[in-house]
Design a protein around this ligand. Sequence first.
Ligand code: MV4
Length: 447
Amino acid sequence: MFKKILIANRGEIALRVIRTCKEMGIKTVAVYSTADKDSLHVRFADEAVCIGPAPSVESYLNIPRIIAAAEITNADAIHPGYGFLSENAKFSAICAEYGIKFIGASPEMIHYMGDKATAKATMKKAGVPTIPGSDGIIDDYDTAFKMAEDMGFPVILKATAGGGGKGMRVVNAADEFKKAWDDAKRESAAAFNNDALYLEKFVEEPRHIEIQVFGDSTGRVCHLSERDCSIQRRHQKLVEETPSPIVTEELRQRMGEAAIKGAEAIKYEGAGTIEFLVDKHGKFYFMEMNTRIQVEHPITEEVTDFDLVKEQIKVAAGIPISGRNYFPSRFSMECRINAEDPRKGFRPSPGKITHLHIPGGHGVRVDSHIYAGYTIPPNYDSMIAKLIVTGQSREEVIVRMKRALAEFVIEGIETTIPFHLKLMDDEGFKSGHFTTKYLETFDFSKL
Ligand code: MV4
């Protein structure tokens, strides 16, 4: 087992990893930017190394500085958390070169799954259902246009280097195709330095449902059921829950088996997530694979009693998984508490937390790095806490979530709490029948 793990991240996920390391008797090293010198991850780790100024490119994204911090502290592994370098193939490769175990995917795996057209082709070959469309990237406009016409509108153009919505265009009719093609190309060239596109039939009003998978070095893969992430705004998830209100035991079985088939085909090791779109007929299609621990992992932990970070560390150390699959025995939901003003278009609201009360009680978990007197820097992601509530039924979870949200006091900044409070009272949300378009028609004015 590792003796010392460096956590190449900040905020709540850095704390989350430190907590499990402590329980496993593993020493921890925090890295931090000057903007984070008063952060809890710095205080809770056994050692801390300042790696640069506030901008991420000079600190949390700076590979030489992080490797240097690992070398001087003698860390034998690095946990990258999510975001930052967690899906950076070069970083994964450099860790290996320096004999530091990267607790995440191999460079090849990151590279493969990072190219969305390749990932899709690989999954299709493995027998995972994919959305009808082009076989890989399309080089020329005329071929793309002809394929779109044959397929029938609406279609969607996607950047192969994309993900999370960037470089993506929905095309509703033939006369919009040229502009969409040009726009998607330009946007993906600017964002990813790669303008290659592929084409798919557009699935209208889908749900976003993902399956947590786990592989080990023996080639064995298990799944830990689904998370429903349909409540999003501009590709930012706000609420996640498990089990999904629309997933039957039979659908869970089939989606779980498909996810395992896909992950086994690529000999996937460690924690991964296979994202699916589910259409209104309950048909599911592979969308993307994430090769990291995800923000929303705690809801899976709460319903399966499986510590995903502990298992990541064990698998990275070469310890095999049990091999069985995990099914939800309870209901769990996460509300992302962001330092944003939901009344003003979710505009960032960094600054000092003057007063704070964190909710507690039965079935309530708060993963957060904030404290009274802490100043949220403007340089990073605006998520400041995850409120995770668990219970015996979806109805109980919603009532408990309302209670916990009402108990949560964060003064000095604006947060997404008023939005979540309103959502928990919304009939559409409570019914469980909503799609990824749900927040497009939500009234944010009377929060
Ligand atoms: C789609 C789709 C409909 N049809 N593909 C959004 C981000 C990227 N991962 C792919 N996305 C979508 N792909 C087809 N063929 C709709 C979306 C989509 C979406 C997916 C999940 C959650 C929220 C979304 C919001 C808008 C569009």
